[in-house]
Design a protein around this ligand. Structure first.
Ligand SMILES: Cc1cc2nc3c(=O)[nH]c(=O)nc-3n(C[C@H](O)[C@H](O)[C@H](O)COP(=O)(O)OP(=O)(O)OC[C@H]3O[C@@H](n4cnc5c(N)ncnc54)[C@H](O)[C@@H]3O)c2cc1C
Length: 232
């Protein structure tokens, strides 16, 4: 059970503000009966509520964009800020950054709800939300969190993760050839990445590179690369 956090109330309020009706069984009330779907999935009422809200958002906001995205490789620039305003970024992030303070199950349910209606947007969402934003949340220092998380959670900047390379896919860590060499107070990265979700539209990319080839997969670090960095 994900509980009723401030973030969840925020998601609930946002969904209602879009005139999305909620039925009794999905309203998170302890006395409401289990729906057939819940009995099948084992979701709690709160979790079912999150999935239902994401489903409604997906149907209303994401489905109308899907065909053109698939047919024309089109990116709808207004959708990430709209997702951010509705509270669907930073699901696992603390409220001090504007996040919803929920767990990975909630994050997975949002992805499920969105992906029912727009697969491309579902993938763009999870690359930003999980591969980049959640990764920064778990592993970056406070300065980097303060610098990137609030804007990422608002959907004002787009994140990506760059691990795969030509010649380094399933065995990405072992076969990686991108290197990072320290020069004074900064690093020089050299290499190529491929198949990076959000790569062409990202503002900030978490890029994996080898700092010490002799240590194999243990000699790898992640670097936050901004799209305006020289040489990118
Ligand atoms: C839609 C999509 C989005 C992606 N987004 C990202 C992203 O955001 N960031 C990122 O870094 N990467 C991303 N990738 C890349 C993804 O991580 C790689 O495609 C994946 O790691 C597989 O690598 P590959 O494509 O080079 O396939 P390969 O590693 O060349 O594998 C090809 C085939 O060989 C098989 N195979 C591989 N090794 C072995 C083995 N030792 N024994 C037997 N069979 C084997 C595999 O199972 C597969 O069937 C994305 C890929 C896709 C398809």
């Amino acid at each position: 059970n994900v509980g009723t956090t401030a973030g969840q109330r925020r998601l609930g309020a946002a969904a209602r503000s879009q005139e999305h009706a909620m039925n009794d069984s999905a309203a998170g009330r302890p006395d409401a009966g289990l729906s057939t779907f819940q009995a099948f999935t084992g979701l709690s009422l709160d979790e079912q509520n999150i999935l239902d809200q994401a489903d409604r958002f997906g149907q209303k906001e994401l489905l109308p964009l899907a065909s053109r995205m698939d047919d024309e490789e089109w990116w709808p620039t207004e959708i990430f800020p709209k997702i951010g305003d509705t509270g669907y970024f930073g699901i696992t992030a603390p409220s001090e950054y504007g996040g919803s303070e929920m767990n990975m199950v909630a994050s997975g349910l949002v992805l499920e709800g969105f992906s029912r209606y727009n697969h491309a947007l579902g993938l763009a969402w999870v690359a930003h939300e999980n591969l980049c934003l959640h990764n920064i949340l778990r592993n970056a220092n406070d300065d980097l969190k303060k610098k990137f998380l609030p804007d990422m959670i608002k959907g004002r900047i787009i994140g990506a993760l760059g691990l795969t390379e030509p010649g380094a896919g399933s065995d990405a860590l072992g076969s990686m050839s991108t290197t990072a060499r320290r020069e004074g107070d900064h690093y020089i990265l050299n290499g190529r990445k491929i198949y990076i979700t959000n790569g062409p539209i990202a503002d900030v990319l978490l890029v994996y590179a080898k700092t010490d080839k002799s240590r194999g997969a243990k000699g790898i670090s992640a670097f936050l690369v901004e799209k305006d960095f020289p040489g990118f």
